[in-house]
Design a protein around this ligand. Structure first.
Ligand SMILES: [Zn+2]
Length: 511
């Protein structure tokens, strides 16, 4: 495809995405020719900034595109015919909205390493590369490094997943492979940044003879706080800090909001503590990632994704509360790095209807359910379909048509149809096999995507009943929204590329 055609195709895609999105009415008025688009984009770059923020917040929902955001609004909304309305999220009400393309140098379905690098450093690079240009050698300096050096700002990095995972790493590290976890952790220790918080460090132990990353961090002056008491006791005088979530769920990440108990620290708690520790006369930059929207969408688990989006609102609220006392000096951005799962509102079998209320029957994430089933299997290696039906009824609210519960009409929405039941029964059989013995073919790859066959089938069934569809277990090429409020927010309106997020941040911060 020629460059002009490619630009036109991309632009038509953006407009199409905008037209069906609520909350972006201002950008739907954008011009419709590629040439006009370039002019518009250029004028965005030179827009006058009325105020220079001293406190910058960037919230990134990993895998959070328009559908993940709108699904949370539909979940909160009213589905009564004649009164259909979306519920609110604090950030979708921000006064400025924009849209960004997310492709990287190698793909229209990019990964978090390259997209976070575009946001943090303003360059396009290969999928899998962090903080380096497309040659995988040249270091691209990040907005955080520049703000720290040139403005003396304090820097905070918060993530619900491991702190050396791709998205947080793009704000302090430069590696040619996102899998170089130990090297990333070493660069974290070298960064001198003031506050890290959330998930633990992946591969902290390194290889033979390497010093544990936690010991290296301590030798570089970091206080490691990993109990609720230690974390709560942190104060402005604590120096450089790494606050590690005392509760970790999967792969060193914080629990899904859906699984979190009242007494556990939330992502918002880490943001609030960060604000307390970072506040100083030179200002600060805080990046907070909600990383498991992506993980839930990879697994096609809408309820877990929606709850993490809704929970993200609490973290963003902490920034809004801070901004209320520093209204002319605070900028808050909320965006995503890419879409995950090809999530849609609307499914072939439900046509023009949705029934999101059925999602409330799911009371744990697929991860928590997998562990639950694993425990049952340990207790009873001959677990039968009849044994798990009550478990599925209790945790997903799904029933077989022959369920003895007399109060349930056969056509109730949470009763599995014969086709759904057959899928569930086949998935159960696969799931009960040791993973090495499971059927590996084209069909099972599409049906289960490498996830536990039982839980992914249950989330598919309940999501489809709700009117939610999925097209992938990977990332997709859907653009992402940017919501902005506060000092300098106005330059984030319009349609642009994710590398422009960095450029606009640098411009607004006076770099
Ligand atoms: Zn992902």
């Amino acid at each position: 495809m020629s460059k002009v055609k490619a630009v036109r195709a991309a632009f038509v895609g953006i407009i199409a995405a905008l037209v069906f999105m609520s909350g972006c009415a201002r950008t739907a008025e954008a011009p419709v020719t590629p040439q006009a688009a370039q002019i518009a984009s250029g004028s965005e770059q030179t827009k006058q900034i009325t105020k220079t923020p001293k406190y910058l917040f960037v919230f990134i929902g990993d895998g959070m595109s328009y559908v993940q955001v709108n699904a949370a609004k539909v979940y909160r909304g009213n589905n009564t015919s004649g009164e259909v309305a979306t519920g609110n999220l604090n950030f979708t009400a921000f006064p400025v909205a924009g849209v960004a393309t997310t492709h990287d140098a190698t793909s229209f379905c990019p990964d978090s390493a390259s997209t976070a690098t575009s946001i943090s450093c303003g360059v396009k690079t290969h999928s899998g590369v962090i903080g380096m240009e497309v040659d995988k050698t040249t270091v691209a300096e990040s907005i955080t490094e520049q703000l720290s050096r040139e403005k003396g700002m304090k820097i905070g990095i918060v993530s619900s997943v491991t702190i050396n995972h791709a998205t947080p790493a793009a704000f302090y590290a430069h590696v040619s492979s996102r899998n170089d976890y130990y090297d990333i952790a070493m660069q974290m220790a070298e960064s001198g940044f003031d506050y890290f918080a959330g998930g633990t460090i992946s591969q902290a132990e390194g290889k033979d003879g390497q010093t544990n990353a936690f010991d290296v961090l301590q030798s570089k002056g970091y206080t490691i706080a990993d109990t609720p008491e230690e974390i709560r006791a942190l104060s402005a005088g604590s120096g450089k800090v790494y606050a590690v979530s005392p509760v970790l769920q999967d792969s060193g990440a914080m629990p899904y909001a859906l699984d979190r108990t009242e007494d556990q620290l939330s992502l918002a708690d880490f943001v609030k503590k960060g604000i307390e520790l970072l506040d100083n006369e030179n200002g600060f930059f805080l990046m907070c990632e909600s990383g498991k929207v992506d993980w839930a969408c990879h697994a096609n688990d809408a309820m877990s994704a929606i709850h993490d989006v809704v929970d993200f609102e609490e973290s963003i609220q902490a920034a809004l509360d801070f901004a209320a006392s520093h209204p002319d000096e605070t900028l808050i951005l909320v965006t995503g790095d890419h879409e995950t799962g090809g999530m849609t509102i609307g499914y072939a079998a439900t046509g023009y209807d949705t029934a999101f209320s059925i999602l409330d029957r799911q009371n744990m994430s697929y991860v928590a359910f997998d562990s639950f089933i694993a425990r049952l299997k340990d207790e009873n290696p001959n677990l039968a379909l009849e044994d798990v039906l009550p478990v599925i009824k209790a945790n997903f609210g799904l029933m077989s048509a022959s369920d003895p519960d007399a109060n349930i009409p056969a056509n109730a929405p949470f009763v599995m149809t014969p086709m759904e039941y057959a899928k569930f029964a086949a998935a159960f059989d696969e799931s009960m096999k040791a993973s090495a013995n499971r059927t590996q073919n084209e069909e099972t790859a599409l049906l289960y995507g490498g996830y536990d066959p039982l839980s992914v089938t249950l989330t598919h069934i309940i999501n489809n009943k709700a009117g939610i569809g999925w097209t992938s277990y990977a990332h997709t090429g859907t653009p992402v929204p940017i919501y902005a409020t506060g000092a300098g927010a106005e330059i984030f309106s319009g349609a642009y590329d994710n590398t422009d997020i960095y450029k606009k941040l640098a411009q607004v911060a006076g770099l």
